[in-house]
Design a protein around this ligand. Sequence first.
Ligand code: ADP
Ligand code: MG
Length: 254
Amino acid sequence: MAVLEVQNLIKKYNEVEVLKGVSLKVEKGETLVIIGASGSGKSTILRCINQLEKIDSGNIKIDEDLMIKEYKKGKAVYQSKDILKKMNLKCGMVFQNFNLFPHMTILQNVTEPMIYVLGKNKEEAEKEAKEILEKMGLQDKAKAYPCDLSGGQQQRASIARTLAIHPEILFMDEPTSALDPELIGEVLKVIKTLAEDKRTMVIVTHEIQFAKEIASRVIFMDDGKIVEEGLPEEVIDNPKKERTKTFLQRFRKM
Ligand code: ADP
Ligand code: MG
């Protein structure tokens, strides 16, 4: 069974459809990579799944739960707060611009959701947080504050913070776009270890070579629709659609 299923999702901003019927499935252990030009709707998909935006039509299923209970007079009726919370806890989101609390140490940033969201005690949380930080290569930064870290370290810390709630699916929206080129590699490396651990992930990225290395499947989006979908060697190396070819050519020239 799919862990995540997006069913014919339509999202409008000011009456303009920015997602025009998007359907996708993610199986357990898969790394789905979404590529596409700026403005094609990639972030909006992730934001709808993570309940940061309301949807206009369609549905989102996580495990056995549907986000929309029914449509009444064409308007989406969301499930109860409890179900939505349960669904949201299964989703972990890593943003482009990190999302660390500046007034907390790195360790506190990671333990905070464990204590306040999962209800763990401080000792338990700190023990696990240290393990996660070690996995992210940040064991010596536990006591540092975000402002003392490089962008690459901050992004690794925000991945650690997201992992702290044990999400079933990890979403990353252009996790390396805000980084200086020399810092991109260290973040891609930790994401790769998560893919190798068979974490279920959905990653939006412009790092095409990286996408090819880690993706179980690639989706190419254009203008609010999925244009092409398949294995990385199909979509990236042998795109069938003209729009995919044009998009990828731009990246090859860079
Ligand atoms: P991508 O992540 O692929 O660059 P987005 O999902 O951010 O694309 O945006 C898709 C479209 O929706 C774009 O045309 C964008 O301008 C528009 N959009 C995104 N967020 C908003 C918003 N809050 N209000 C109005 N329009 C928005
Ligand atoms: Mg975006």
